[in-house]
Design a protein around this ligand. Structure first.
Ligand SMILES: [Zn+2]
Length: 77
């Protein structure tokens, strides 16, 4: 598994570099990854998800699994 070294800051559009070192045994889903924006210096704390691992850019995306689980919650309540 791999996560991008650089994502695009959603606030200012500048590159945000990863500041969390890769674990010795590699990334796993659920790991926290921190990025520091080179433009606005905001820190971004992300959680590794399946869909992150094949994306090279931090573009916003629709979280389909979250949407499904939300729907499941609605059905059961
Ligand atoms: Zn920024």
């Amino acid at each position: 598994m791999d996560v991008p070294e650089i994502i695009i800051c959603v606030d200012c559009g500048q590159k945000a570099h990863r500041i969390t070192q890769a674990p010795e045994d590699g990334w796993e889903v659920g790991d926290f990854v921190a990025y520091r924006c080179s433009g606005c210096f905001d820190r971004w704390d992300l959680v590794v998800e399946d869909s992150d691992l094949d994306e090279s850019r931090g573009e916003s995306r629709f979280d389909f699994r979250q949407w499904l689980s939300d729907r499941e919650d609605e059905k059961s309540s």
